[in-house]
Design a protein around this ligand. Structure first.
Ligand code: SF4
Length: 66
């Protein structure tokens, strides 16, 4: 699963961080970052929840690819 933040779309609301803490964090520029190493089978659902909860659709998920 590939996860990417569309930086221009992210408003830094922190929802993704709150839902899947450790996978997403807000960087010094106020934009979400993904820590790909933290994506595991166990937290995949949370990552998907975070993506669907993002108010601007800034989290792009590609489930087909590693
Ligand atoms: Fe950015 Fe979306 Fe995360 Fe909010 S939920 S910080 S808009 S990526």
């Amino acid at each position: 699963m590939k996860v990417k933040i569309i930086e221009e779309a992210c408003i830094g609301c922190g929802a993704c961080e709150a839902i899947a803490n450790g996978v997403f964090n807000i960087n010094n520029n106020g934009i979400a970052e993904v820590n790909l190493k933290k994506i595991t089978e166990e937290n995949k659902e949370l990552v998907m929840d975070a993506a669907s909860s993002c108010p601007t659709g800034a989290i792009e998920i590609d489930e087909e690819n590693e």
